[in-house]
Design a protein around this ligand. Structure first.
Ligand code: HXC
Length: 523
């Protein structure tokens, strides 16, 4: 029997309307009661108005077990497609908790895998909004296969297109590994959590009482585990933050990050910078002041704000160009590198290197944090990651040594010896094997022991420390040898970084690297 065209189009409209309802109006109400938006509402906020093109909206599962043939929903619990953010294309998927808790069945997984495949071919980033009870229990091993297919694609896409995930509900069990394989994870306070095993299993297995929030809430992962790079107050805040991050990212590893005219003059001299570093080398100062005064006004977007705050990493613009900022924070642990800050820095450096984002490193580091907790936790292998990541990186690498640059940490923080392309130092820089006090204690032990009174010993220590400081704790010993390219006043930092970036933006490696399948970064 032939249908009229009107009927055909009406049928399509009806199907589209049905698909929009996901798990139904009641489930949508429940989602709102939980303080969460639905998958479609989230995508509407994420993408430019009218830009979203949904695909696979009529996909359904083909499971016949446990009465599943009667429980179908167009789209199968995940909304997928593409659209734009500030006019720049992006592939997206959003799990729909209103249908079977956003659980991942075979078709659901195939839809996500298709997005990843298409995004990879197109060279366009993917943003996933996760809100899921994990593997769809009724579909058994088929849903495990689904996860496997997604993980594999996450790995194939890693370093080729940026992959961003927001956890906007549960993420439990093996499901956590897709986000963990991506570049950036956002979490929403109070409504999202991530863990391998939930509170009930924890209680049964080891008798520990713990809530969802304590085990794997947003704040726990932002501060303690470092799994969450960004945390948000609610869904809207999360989506605004994703949009902001997206404006710094290139589409793929063959693309440059997006230039934007910020109107901030590259030769702007900020005299306040000349007094940032206190006269007393033991006094801390706030490295955020340095970063914010040097980069284009208001452009610093911090990554991992709450994790390992003795180091600072994030994106900014310098004369309109996107750069990756890495810095020590003298306010916390005197800016020492430790296990967590090493992981944080190495991961960020590698992201920037994957995606052609030049690195600017601000150094004030007295060394690696001492103690059994650090040594037994493997600070050696974690610290090695920083050296590995900077050495491996081929993007333009500019370094500013603000004050302390001691020992192995001096080398690790993008020194010339690891391929720093232009190393600037302020007159306050102290580049040495170790701090004057520690050096004197070791090298001049015998002279100090000759003292007849404690007062005399202190006098000798003071004199030798001053001698050592005058000889080594300055930038000029390294500058003599060409390991510092230029000693600059702090107020001139922005100007010189902008000038250096102008000439280095076209940088190519001139020495071919040895052919290899891939390196073996310490883990
Ligand atoms: C099928 C699921 C489901 C799942 C939730 N639902 N999770 N259906 N498979 N994994 C369904 C519920 O039955 C319910 O259906 C609806 O989704 C909403 O769930 P509620 O429980 O009512 O919501 P809430 O109280 O908010 O609790 C959410 C939840 C809970 C904490 C996520 O549903 C839960 O604990 N689910 C199971 C989580 C889990 O153990 N997943 C497997 C993890 S192992 P109705 O019919 O009432 O609407 C895993 C392995 C992956 O994922 C391995 C990959 C390598």
């Amino acid at each position: 029997m032939a249908y009229g065209l009107d009927e055909l189009y009406k049928h399509l409209d009806e199907l589209r309307e049905k698909a929009k309802l996901g798990g139904g109006t009641q489930a949508i109400e429940k989602q709102h009661e939980r303080g969460k938006l639905t998958a479609r509402e989230r995508l509407e906020l994420l993408l430019d108005p009218g830009s979203f093109v949904e695909i696979d909206e009529f996909a359904v599962h083909h499971c016949f077990d446990f009465g599943m043939e009667k429980r179908k929903c167009l789209g199968d619990g995940v909304v997928t497609g593409f659209g734009t953010i500030n006019g720049r294309p992006v592939f997206v998927y959003a799990q729909d908790f209103t249908f079977m808790g956003g659980s991942l069945g075979e078709r659901h997984a195939e839809k996500i895998a298709k997005i990843l495949d298409t995004a990879l071919k197109a060279g366009i980033p993917v943003i996933g909004l996760n809100d899921s009870g994990g593997a769809r229990i009724q579909e058994g091993v088929a849903s495990l296969r689904g996860y496997g297919e997604i993980f594999y694609r996450n790995v194939m896409a890693s370093g080729v297109i940026p992959q961003i995930i927001a956890i906007m509900g549960p993420s439990a069990g093996g499901a956590v590994y897709s986000p963990a394989l991506c570049d950036f994870i956002f979490m929403v306070k109070k409504t999202s959590y991530m863990f391998i095993t939930g509170p009930k299993v924890v209680k049964a297995a080891i008798g520990e009482d713990v809530t969802f929030e304590q085990l794997g809430g947003a704040e726990v992962h932002a501060k303690l585990s470092g799994i969450a790079h960004f945390i948000a107050e609610n869904d809207e805040d999360c989506i605004n933050q994703i949009r902001a991050l997206y404006s710094y990212l290139p589409f793929n590893n063959m693309d440059d990050p997006p230039y934007m005219d910020t109107g901030d003059p590259p030769d702007r001299v900020d005299k306040d910078l000349d007094t940032v570093v206190p006269a007393d080398p033991k006094q801390p100062y706030n490295m955020y002041d340095v970063i914010n005064k040097v980069v284009d006004a208001g452009t610093f977007l911090e990554v991992h704000r709450y994790y390992a705050p003795n180091a600072i990493v994030g994106f900014a613009r310098l004369n309109g160009r996107v750069v990756g900022i890495v810095a020590n924070q003298p306010m916390i642990y005197a800016g020492c590198l430790d296990i967590d800050s090493s992981d944080k820095i190495a991961r960020f450096v590698r992201f920037c290197d994957c995606f052609n984002i030049p690195l600017i490193t601000f150094v004030d580091v007295p060394g690696y944090l001492p103690g059994t907790r650090q040594e037994h936790g493997g600070v050696i292998r974690h610290g090695a990651k920083v050296i590995y990541a900077y050495s491996e990186a081929t993007v333009p690498k500019l370094t500013v040594i603000c004050r302390k640059a001691y020992g192995g940490a001096y080398i690790a923080m993008c020194s010339r010896h690891l391929g720093g392309d232009m190393v600037f130092a302020w007159p306050t820089a102290e580049i040495a094997v170790m701090g004057p006090e520690g050096a004197v204690e070791i090298v001049f032990k015998h002279e100090v022991m000759k003292a007849k009174t404690p007062e005399e010993a202190q006098e000798i220590i003071n004199r030798l420390t001053a001698d050592y400081r005058a000889k080594f704790a300055n930038p000029y010993v390294a500058a003599e040898r060409g390991w510092i390219d230029k000693v600059i006043k702090p107020s001139e930092t922005r100007m010189y970084l902008c000038k250096a970036l102008d000439v280095l933006i076209t940088k190519r490696e001139i020495q071919p690297r040895p052919p290899k399948k891939h390196g073996n970064i310490p883990a």
